[in-house]
Design a protein around this ligand. Structure first.
Ligand SMILES: Nc1ncnc2c1ncn2[C@@H]1O[C@H](COP(=O)(O)OP(=O)(O)O)[C@@H](O)[C@H]1O
Ligand SMILES: [Mg+2]
Length: 367
C-alpha cells in the first residue's frame, strides 16, 4: 500500500491559550496541526494546504467563526473540509443552528471533554485517509484504463495489416492451384478465408470500442429524430432484405450528446432486432419517454427473445448466446452501446420474453 502524506488539522482561535489547550488535547504523530489566530488567517491557510478537519472558534473579532465557515464552504476548492465549531458562549439553539447552516458538521461547547474531542478528531482523520485512498485508486484505475484503451487501439490497428496480407495470399493461392485441389482442400481454404473475415470483424469491433474514448467528440444538442433516421438509413439494405416493418413514436426530443455515438447505439440495437428474429416480418418499434431527469429510449422487437439469466451478461464484450452458423456477429455491439451510454451518464438494459421478443432500453440524462 502507498504511504499517505500526514493529514493536516487547522485550529482557529483568537486566544493563544485556547489553541494551546486544544493542541495539547489532540496532539498526535498521525497528523500535523496548523494554527490560525483569526478568520482571515484561517482562509489563507485553507487556500494553501489541504485539511482533514477545522476546529473553529465562534467568537472572534472582525470575522467570526460563522462568517469564516461560510467563506470556506462557498469556495469549491475548500467546501469539502469538515468544520467543528468550538464555543464557550453561543450555546443557544439558534446559534447552534446558525453553525450548522454555515456548514458545520459538529458543535462543541467549552469546557471540552478531551476524550470526546480526541475521538471526534480521530474519526475525521480516518474518514480523510479513506477518502484519499479512494481518490488514489480512482486515479490509478482511470490511468490504467486509458493505457489499456491505447493498447487495444494500437494492437488492433497494427493487426489489420498482416491479416489483410494473409487473406489476399490465400485467395491468390486458391486461384492459382484451384484445379489441383480436391474438395477437402477447397473447403479448408474457404474456412480459412471465413475465419480471417471473422477475425477482421472482431479487430474492427475492438477498434470501434477503443475509439469511444479515443476519438470522442464533445457533446452538443442534437435531434434524436435525425440520429435515428441516419441509423435507419445505414441499415436500409438489411431492412429491405428482411422486409421488416419499422415504426416509431411521433415525438423524439433534442438531447445533448455525441451524435455519432448515439447513432451507433440505435444502429446496433436495430440491427440486432433485425438479426435475432425468426418471424416474418420482423416488427420493430422505436420510442422515447421522459423519465426523472432523463430521456428513456426503447427499441422493441418481435424476435427470438432472451432468457432472463442473460439480461446482464449480453452487455459483456464478446458475449454471444448463439453460434456463428445461425446468427453471425462478434459479440461487441452491445458492449459498445453500454460504453457509449455510460459515457453519456446513462444506463442500458433489456426486458425480454423468450420466443416473443425483446425491449432494449437506454437512458440519457437531460442536461
Ligand atoms: N434483439 C435481440 N434479441 C435476441 N437476442 C439478442 C438481441 N440483441 C442481442 N442479443 C443477444 O446478445 C448477444 C450480444 O449482442 P451483440 O453484442 O450485439 O453481438 P452480436 O450481434 O455480434 O452477436 C447476441 O449474440 C445475442 O445472443
Ligand atoms: Mg450486434
Amino acid at each position: 500500500m502507498l504511504k499517505i502524506e500526514k493529514p493536516n488539522i487547522l485550529i482557529v482561535d483568537d486566544n493563544p491559550a485556547n489553541i494551546l489547550s486544544i493542541e495539547k488535547t489532540i496532539r498526535s504523530n498521525d497528523y500535523n496541526i496548523i494554527t490560525a489566530n483569526s478568520g482571515n488567517e484561517a482562509l489563507a491557510c485553507v487556500l494553501e494546504y489541504d485539511f482533514a478537519l477545522i476546529l473553529l472558534d465562534v467568537q472572534m473579532p472582525q470575522m467570526d467563526g460563522f462568517e469564516t465557515a461560510r467563506f470556506i464552504k462557498s469556495n469549491s476548492d475548500t467546501h469539502h473540509i469538515p468544520i467543528i465549531f468550538i464555543t464557550a458562549i453561543n450555546k443557544e439553539k439558534k446559534h447552534v443552528f446558525e453553525g450548522y447552516n454555515a456548514g458545520a458538521v459538529d458543535y462543541l461547547f467549552k469546557p471540552i471533554d478531551p476524550h470526546i474531542l480526541s475521538s471526534k478528531v480521530n474519526i475525521f482523520i480516518e474518514l480523510y485517509k479513506n477518502k484519499k485512498e479512494i481518490e488514489r485508486y480512482a486515479k490509478t484505475l482511470i490511468r490504467s484504463n486509458k493505457d489499456l484503451e491505447q493498447f487495444a487501439y494500437i494492437a488492433s490497428h497494427d493487426l489489420q495489416e498482416p491479416l489483410r496480407t494473409i487473406s489476399v495470399y490465400i485467395q491468390l493461392i486458391e486461384k492459382k492451384i484451384k484445379e489441383q485441389l480436391d474438395e477437402d482442400c477447397l473447403s479448408f481454404m474457404g474456412r480459412t478465408v471465413k475465419a480471417v473475415d471473422r477475425m477482421r470483424n472482431m479487430i474492427n469491433g475492438i477498434l470501434d470500442f477503443a475509439r469511444i474514448s479515443n476519438q470522442a467528440k464533445p457533446f452538443a444538442p442534437f435531434s434524436i429524430e435525425t440520429l435515428l433516421h441516419s441509423a435507419l438509413n445505414n441499415l436500409n439494405h438489411l431492412i429491405k432484405d428482411k422486409d421488416a416493418i419499422i415504426t416509431n413514436d411521433n415525438y423524439f426530443p433534442e438531447i445533448i450528446c455525441d451524435d455519432t455515438q448515439i447513432t451507433i447505439v440505435f444502429q446496433n440495437l436495430i440491427s440486432n432486432a433485425l438479426k435475432f428474429c425468426d418471424k416474418e416480418p420482423p416488427r420493430i418499434h422505436i420510442s422515447a419517454k421522459q423519465g426523472k431527469g432523463e430521456w428513456i429510449f426503447c427499441v422493441k422487437d418481435n424476435g427470438i427473445g432472451i432468457n432472463e439469466a442473460y439480461y446482464e451478461k449480453i452487455f459483456d464484450i464478446f458475449r454471444r448466446l448463439h453460434g456463428n452458423s445461425k446468427y453471425q456477429g462478434t459479440g461487441i455491439g452491445l458492449s459498445l452501446c453500454k460504453r457509449i451510454v455510460e459515457r453519456h451518464g446513462g444506463r442500458i438494459w433489456v426486458v425480454s420474453e423468450f420466443g416473443v421478443g425483446s425491449e432494449f432500453y437506454f437512458s440519457i440524462k437531460n442536461s
